[in-house]
Design a protein around this ligand. Structure first.
Ligand SMILES: [Zn+2]
Length: 100
């Protein structure tokens, strides 16, 4: 295939044109990008602390990724808080019913 910017012959799986250095937008790369984003979101959701660290790492190079990491870390934290509250309510319910 040919680069859409400079017309140089490029490999279909290349992410960057070797002639002009621009990013090649093809379906293959879009798919990889989407999968990476989904993986990043899941990682941030499960490990919010890692999400914050990633957010700081990406903040200088990729602001969009940085924001996504930060947002999903917050969702992850909220999820853990909700889980913790449910856990507390469960034990309050058990204690009240057993002792009361
Ligand atoms: Zn090119």
């Amino acid at each position: 295939m040919k680069c859409s910017y400079c017309g140089a012959q490029i490999n279909k799986r290349d992410s960057v044109c070797i002639e002009c250095g621009r990013k090649i937008n093809n379906v293959h790369n879009d798919l990889i990008e989407k999968r990476t984003m989904i993986l990043t979101k899941i990682t941030c959701l499960i490990l919010p602390l890692l999400g914050f660290i990633l957010s700081i790492i990406f903040s200088s190079s990729d602001s969009l990724k940085s924001k996504v990491c930060l947002r999903w870390s917050f969702i992850g934290i909220l999820f853990y808080i909700a889980l913790f509250i449910l856990f507390l309510l469960f034990w309050v319910f058990i204690i009240v019913n057993v002792l009361g």
